[in-house]
Design a protein around this ligand. Structure first.
Ligand code: PLP
Length: 236
């Protein structure tokens, strides 16, 4: 078979995509473009992890879901473990959410300025992206987001709070009014939630079945190398 014929078998949206590359040097004392911690996990803790890893049977399939971690996270969040999905980083969980809700042509609201990876994924899943601009201070305009979502019957709104690269967080009352007005799911990316003085959207989980809260071990916990993230939502 000709190479061009093989390529033609690949979905046009995938072929149109570009490889995800992060600019800047891969080694630097402080990397603000990826917001990695400059400090590694202390050596004795790494040692403890490795000795636990040694006890794992490599010939056996693991549990389908990491129940012990789900229970620990549930206690940490004050939420039920059935409402926690663990993934190999929050980017993977974002792709999972899009796989579940985005059919080609449906609207997804990604207000500006937005983490570029979410935009890439939405394009890959052939969403029609609606991108309301920020207020003049660069904060997300919750009202404009709600209007855009209703006007386009968006299946998904994504907001990052606090946002990267602005560092600005949304207030709880803004999130609640967005959640109440949304015609679809609202995913709140709390990659930087631990750095915020605003309360986590996790406290709103009991009130909104359309709320998805995305969190990661990569930023505040300094564990970007372990690729670990989780999603909290109501068990539907
Ligand atoms: C770093 C970052 C993520 C990705 O976290 P991973 O769990 O490492 O994939 C998601 N959203 C935002 C806004 C981020 O800055």
């Amino acid at each position: 078979m000709e190479v061009s014929k093989v390529l033609s078998l690949i979905r046009p949206a995938v072929r149109a995509g570009q490889a995800y590359r992060v600019g800047g040097p891969s080694r630097a004392a402080v990397k603000l473009n990826q917001n990695e911690s400059p400090f590694d996990l202390p050596r004795d803790l790494k040692q403890e992890l490795l000795s636990r890893f040694l006890e794992e049977p490599f010939n056996r399939y693991p549990l389908v879901e990491p129940v012990a971690l789900q229970c620990a996270l549930a206690r940490h969040l004050g939420w039920e473990e059935e409402g926690i999905l663990v993934g190999n980083d929050s980017n993977e969980l974002m792709a999972t959410v899009m796989q579940v809700v985005v059919q080609p042509g449906v609207s997804v609201v990604l207000p500006r300025p937005m983490f570029s990876f979410h935009m890439r994924l939405a394009e890959l899943f052939e969403a029609s992206v609606v991108a309301p601009p920020p207020r003049s201070d660069l904060s997300f305009d919750s009202q404009a987001i709600s209007v855009a979502a209703s006007g386009h019957a968006a299946v998904l709104i994504v907001v990052t709070t606090p946002n990267s690269p602005t560092g600005l967080a949304m207030r709880g009352d803004e999130l609640r009014s967005m959640l109440a007005a949304a015609p679809g799911f609202v995913l709140i990316d709390e990659a930087y939630g631990e750095f915020s003085s605003e309360e986590s959207a996790c406290v709103m989980l009991p009130d909104y079945p359309n709320l998805l809260v995305l969190r990661t071990f990569s930023k505040a916990w300094g564990l970007a190398g372990l690729r670990l993230g989780y999603l909290a939502s109501m068990r539907l």
